[in-house]
Ligand binder design. Structure first.
Ligand code: 13P
Length: 344
C-alpha cells in the first residue's frame, strides 16, 4: 500500500491506548528489518530518517526505499523526518515524499520555536501532512558526559551505573523538562499534530535504566490532548518490575515506559538500541568468519538481529495486530474538500 501518514496511525493508537514504534534507519538493511518486523507482527510502523541518515544515504534513496517497502507491505508504513532543525529541511522532505515531518526548535527561544513550527505546520497541512515539534529539551548523553566518563560508568555493575548517572546527569535533565502551560500555549499557537515533550528521557542512553517523569507527562497530555512523542527511548526504564534489578529507586512522580504509554506516549522513537544491535550482530558475524569476502554474510545476520529487536519493541508498545488506519488521509489521498462557488 502507499505510505500512510503518522496521523493515520497515531490517532488510532491514542484512541485505543497503544503506541507505535518510530524506528531510525541508517541503511537499507535496517529499513528492511524494521518493515519486515512490522509485517511479521502485523503492526503499523514509522520508519524515520535523521538529517544525518539523509546526508549519508541521500534523500532520494531514503524516499525510494521507503516507498518500495511500503508498496510491498500489508501494514501501514510511514516515512518521518526525525529532528529536522530548519525550514528548508522540512520543505525538501515534504517535496521528496515524506509523509510526516518534524521541526526541532528546542534550542530556540520559545517565541521563535512557536513561529517556525507554525510556519512549517502551515505548509505541511496545506498538503495533508502532519507535523511533530519539540518542547523542553531531550538532552543527548554525549553532551552530558565525556567519552571517558561514559566508559567508566559502563564498566560498573548495573545498579551502580544508575546511581552514578542519577547523580551526574539527573539535575541537568530535570532542568530541561517541558512545562504543561508552555506546552499548551505551543500547541494552541502552532496547530502542531504531535508533541515531543521532554519528560526526563535522554538520547543515546543504554540498558533500559532511566525513569521518566510520568507526572509531568500526564499534565502535558491533559493540557494539550494530542499524542505525545517519546525521544531518547533506548535508555528508558521499560517496566516498574525491572526497577529493582537495575537499582532504580523511583522518586515520586517517576515511572516507566509502560506507565507512559497509558498516560499519552503514542509515538516511541528508538534509534540507539537498534544501531547497537546491528553493530553487535555484524561484529559477531565478522569474528566468526575472519577474512570473509562477502559483506552480505556480515550484514545479513545484522539485519536479522535488528528485525528481532524491533519485534520485541512492537510487542512492548502493544501495536501488534493493530493494522487499521484512521480515516482515508493517506499520502495518496491529498486534496479534496469543498470547492467554493466561483472556484470551480
Ligand atoms: P534513542 O537513540 O535514545 O533511542 O533516541 C532515539 C530518538 O529519540 C530519535 O529521535
Amino acid at each position: 500500500m502507499p505510505l500512510a501518514t503518522s496521523k493515520d496511525v497515531l490517532l488510532k493508537a491514542r484512541a485505543e491506548g497503544y503506541a507505535v514504534g518510530a524506528f531510525n534507519l541508517n541503511n537499507m538493511e535496517m529499513a528492511q528489518a524494521i518493515v519486515q518486523a512490522a509485517e511479521e507482527e502485523q503492526s503499523p510502523v514509522i520508519i524515520q530518517a535523521s538529517q544525518g541518515a539523509i546526508k549519508y544515504a541521500g534523500l532520494e534513496m531514503i524516499t525510494a526505499m521507503a516507498n518500495v517497502l511500503a508498496e510491498n507491505a500489508t501494514v501501514p508504513v510511514v516515512l518521518h523526518l526525525d529532528h529536522g532543525t530548519d525550514y528548508k529541511q522540512n520543505v525538501k522532505c515534504l517535496r521528496a515524499g515524506f509523509t510526516s515531518l518534524m521541526f526541532d526548535g528546542h534550542e530556540l527561544p520559545l517565541e521563535q520555536n512557536i513561529a517556525m513550527t507554525a510556519k512549517i505546520v502551515d505548509i505541511a497541512h496545506s498538503v495533508g501532512l502532519p507535523v511533530e515539534a519539540e518542547i523542553g529539551s531531550v538532552l543527548t548523553i554525549e553532551n552530558l558526559l565525556t567519552d571517558a566518563e561514559m566508559a567508566e560508568i559502563r564498566a560498573l555493575e548495573v545498579p551502580k551505573q544508575f546511581e552514578v548517572l542519577r547523580k551526574k546527569i539527573g539535575p541537568k535533565v530535570d532542568e530541561h523538562i517541558a512545562r504543561p502551560e508552555e506546552a499548551k500555549r505551543f500547541v494552541d499557537e502552532t496547530g502542531v499534530d504531535f508533541l515531543a515533550a521532554a519528560v526526563g528521557s535522554v538520547h543515546g542512553l543504554w540498558l533500559d535504566i532511566w525513569p521518566l517523569r510520568v507526572d509531568r507527562l500526564k499534565e502535558i497530555y491533559e493540557a494539550t490532548q494530542i499524542p505525545i512523542v517519546s525521544h531518547g527511548s533506548s535508555g528508558v526504564l521499560i517496566d516498574r518490575a525491572m526497577a529493582e534489578a537495575k537499582g532504580v529507586e523511583l522518586a515520586p512522580g517517576e515511572g516507566s515506559l509502560k506507565d507512559a504509554i497509558k498516560l499519552g506516549y503514542t509515538k516511541i522513537n528508538v534509534a540507539t538500541a537498534l544501531s547497537m544491535e546491528f553493530n553487535r550482530a555484524m561484529l559477531a558475524a565478522a569474528a566468526k568468519r575472519p577474512g570473509e569476502k562477502d559483506p552480505r554474510k556480515l550484514l545479513g545476520p545484522a539485519r536479522d538481529a535488528v528485525k528481532e529487536k524491533t519485534k520485541e519493541y512492537i510487542r512492548l508498545f502493544d501495536s501488534q495486530g493493530k493494522v487499521g488506519v484512521v480515516g482515508a488521509t493517506s499520502a495518496a489521498a491529498f486534496g479534496g474538500g469543498e470547492v467554493a462557488r466561483g472556484e470551480e
